[in-house]
Design a protein around this ligand. Structure first.
Ligand code: NDP
Length: 292
């Protein structure tokens, strides 16, 4: 069991464990078990859920049953698209906290920017108030392009602490990472292993990253799994990484990555996979569930 996970200091001063467990597409029973096992047995201290995943209540039960103090676990949830707008956002965080059975989350994210800029600014303003009210220690965004970030920062003077985006060796997001670094925004990778094969939107593709020969060659050299090699690539690049699994063996395997290093040749071989290919929707294309 690992408890000395690396952390990243957010702009709020809060520390986020650099490796967490994602629970998208996990049903209630699987989620509760996975969260309890991840925290209580495997050593995770960071869970990533969202209102849209329909499993916040199970996350709350798993955290409570883990035997680890709430204050030692970093919980993220996200505001769903239908809840954009000032009043809706204020109601949405209360509903999420109620389902989670928590009085605050460590990180509250706007799940997608959508395409109404005026409303987006209102939503971000609501998150600032949510943070001020102590309902979220840190606030951030997900799937924001530089133009979305510029819009909300210029309108409110407050930058998000985190931007969670699709990011893996085939979509290394160098330009966005540089923009975020300059603005003091930590970058978090979704679909870090290349996804489950059933992602958002029309661009969803099966996972072929875990079997890519460049990855399996490095994995063989280290006597590790392809998933472990990809997770090390994220960690060594300073990215927050939240691989999803509902299987104990994989949950344990994905955190058993703190005792080996990829060398410069390994990193270069993986960096060469960056074709810009997405497994999920492009942020500027998706307007799913947007309010009227
Ligand atoms: P991942 O890249 O984490 O891949 C998950 C898939 O890989 C699952 O099918 C899982 O299967 C499998 N897997 C996990 N570990 C291993 C392993 N060691 N060996 C082989 N296969 C493995 O994809 P996700 O899309 O789930 O992304 C991770 C998290 O990011 C999500 O759960 C969610 O929290 C977040 N996310 C956020 C989005 C956003 O818009 N903000 C969008 C998408 C994801 P199994 O479970 O059966 O083990």
């Amino acid at each position: 069991m690992s408890t000395d996970l690396p952390t990243i200091e957010l702009s709020t001063g809060a520390l986020i464990p650099q490796l967490g467990l994602g629970v998208w597409q996990a049903d209630e029973a699987d989620t509760e078990h996975a969260v309890r096992y991840a925290i209580g047995t495997a050593g995770y201290r960071h869970i990533d859920t969202a209102a849209a995943y329909g499993n916040e209540a199970a996350v709350g039960r798993g955290v409570a049953a883990s035997g680890v103090a709430r204050s030692d676990v970093f919980v993220t949830t996200k505001l769903w698209n239908a809840d954009h707008g000032h009043a809706r956002a204020l109601g949405a965080v209360d509903a999420s906290l109620e389902r989670l059975g928590l009085d605050h989350v460590d990180l509250y994210l706007i799940h997608w920017p959508l395409q109404n800029t005026e409303r987006l600014v209102e939503t971000w303003q609501a998150l600032i108030e949510i943070q001020q009210a102590g309902k979220a220690t840190s606030i951030g965004v997900s799937n924001f392009q530089p133009h979305h970030l510029t819009t909300i920062i210029e309108a409110t003077g407050q930058a998000p602490a985190v931007n969670q985006v699709e990011l893996h060796p085939r979509l290394a997001q160098h330009e966005l990472r540089t923009f975020c670094a300059d603005a003091g925004i930590a970058v978090e990778a979704w679909s870090p292993l290349g996804g489950s094969g059933a992602g958002w939107g029309a661009d969803s593709k099966p996972n072929t990253l875990l079997t890519d020969p460049a990855i399996t060659r490095v994995a063989q050299r280290h006597g590790r799994s392809p998933a472990q090699v990809i997770i090390r690539w994220h960690l060594q690049n300073g990215i927050i990484v939240i691989p999803k699994s509902v299987h104990d063996e994989r949950i344990a395997q994905n955190i058993d990555v703190l005792d080996f290093d990829l060398d410069a040749d390994d990193l270069a071989a993986i960096d060469a996979l960056d074709t810009g290919e997405r497994v999920g929707a492009h942020p500027d294309d998706l307007n799913l569930a947007a309010p009227d």
